[in-house]
Design a protein around this ligand. Structure first.
Ligand code: CA
Ligand code: CA
Length: 214
């Protein structure tokens, strides 16, 4: 009996030492360097996602390659804490996408993860975002405002019938679209992204008229 107690205290003591070694304050706190971001596209590939402020844009499962082919661009973030454990139940509201280099803007909470992290520490972005504007800049995933794995920006581009990114699809956007429709190629007007601006893109513009954030 005495020996079993000794083993018990030895094991619990070692566990406590291990926890203390990684810093007990780190348990459950996301570690930006250990957390992992994954998506279905190979390195060097890009995808474009159609977004609307009212969420009627495309889901990430139906983004488009440069040639217009549909591609699943679902993002999966696995949050790991400083002790190497997955962080479950981390709030979706505290994880979001950002993109610079254009007019891309999200409605309040419009680019957060679909749900809180599960028991494996995983959260996904698969559903449509609530956003407007466009960007061909790198897309970053942030946890509480800090970028995850900053060395690996994603080539996920955005475009929207809300061309100017004021989160309302209005006649101002129609005028901006016309410049791309009748003039030189304009990524912002290539709403059904495939490298050309034609009637399919005009149809996407018309379908988004009036869209605003909820
Ligand atoms: Ca607009
Ligand atoms: Ca097009």
């Amino acid at each position: 009996m005495r020996r079993s107690f000794l083993v018990f205290f030895l094991i619990t003591g070692l566990a406590a030492y291990a926890a203390a070694d990684c810093g007990e304050w780190e348990v459950g706190i996301p570690d930006l360097n250990q957390s992992v971001l994954a998506w279905g596209l190979a390195a060097g590939e890009s995808a474009t996602l159609l977004v609307l402020p009212d969420g009627r844009g495309a889901p990430l499962t139906a983004a488009r390659r440069a040639n217009g082919a549909l591609v699943d661009a679902t993002l999966t973030l696995t949050i790991i804490d400083g002790c190497g454990y997955p962080v479950s139940g981390f709030p979706a509201a505290d994880m979001w996408l950002e993109s610079s280099g254009g007019t891309f803007t999200a409605c309040a909470g419009g680019s957060t993860a679909d749900r809180n992290t599960d028991t494996s520490g995983q959260a996904v972005w698969a559903q449509p975002l609530l956003a407007g504007g466009n960007s061909q800049g790198p897309c970053m995933v942030l946890i509480n405002g800090m970028p995850v794995n900053a060395a690996l920006p994603l080539s996920l581009h955005f475009n929207s019938p809300d061309l100017n990114g004021d989160l309302t699809v209005s006649l101002i956007d129609v005028a901006a679209f016309a410049a791309g429709y009748f003039g030189d190629y304009l990524f912002a007007a290539d709403l059904q992204a495939d490298g050309v601006v034609n009637l399919a893109d005009l149809s996407a513009l018309v379908g988004g008229l009036g869209a605003v954030c909820h």
